[in-house]
Design a protein around this ligand. Sequence first.
Ligand SMILES: *Cc1c(COP(=O)(O)O)cnc(C)c1O
Length: 301
Amino acid sequence: MPAADDTGAGWSGIDPAELAALIEPVPGLPSRGHVDILRLDRLHPHISGNKAFKLAGFLPRFRASGRRALLSFGGPYSNHLHALAALGQALNIPVIALVRGYAHLPLTATLQDCQSWGTELVFADKKTYAQRYDPQWQQELAQHYDAFVIPEGGAGDAGEQECRQLAPLCADYDQVWLAVGSGTTALGLAKGLQEQRIDCELVGVNAVADQGERQRAWQQAMPADIRWRLLDDAHLGAFGRTSPELLALIERYDHQHLPLDPVYTAKLLLAFERELVTEPLNARVLLIHSGGLQGRRGYSL
Ligand SMILES: *Cc1c(COP(=O)(O)O)cnc(C)c1O
């Protein structure tokens, strides 16, 4: 994993023309079909994965708001805060990170990077952090910091917006698979498929164990005429939980030069490999590598 460094001059956002070049075959799969992976982890050294798409959708709204800074929420290993901090540095926008945790604990590698890129870390205990969806608290924070508030994980319709750009890449495939957290990326992709009339089944792999209200909300918002399903048996019982099988899978793909993160993308491959065993595949499949590799530093990998 590269150490935190300067994220370089600027960030011009996502160039749709360059996305197709991030597609490569998945090595070492026993399959009669054809399996490719879209390496969004390679988009940018730090503003990578699906977080780049989600954040890109918020920038026009931030600019229109006239606010000074960007503010968002996340845990101490958050891919979202990491990408946001890098974006802030690249575009010279002040960033405030509301972090679930305690200031007296040693900083994680994720938060060290954020801090080194100039992000202001504000710690919130569990109870305070639990208010992160509360519009009133968000408004108080916005006023206090003169900041535009981005929901946790870059969720919401601004977050979905740029994820529509993923749809054209699915046109040559029978199925597209991706890891699901808040469902924002899946929903944006599904809307893109619908608008662009691309007939490709969307398969989500749930990385969040408990299907709470927020998970139900995105599922209800899925366009009715899209073929999709959510696999709910690869999260290993909890968000971020690993198993010897999962760690062995990561190691196996490391050897094939396909780095995976334990929280999302390894669970995507776990679910996909399981389906290959029970259902010999004869289809063209695109897997989406949604990034998250910085989070590997929180595990002994
Ligand atoms: C945040 C994240 C996801 C989940 O995306 P949602 O839009 O919240 O469903 C998937 N993979 C990686 C690597 C992530 O960082």
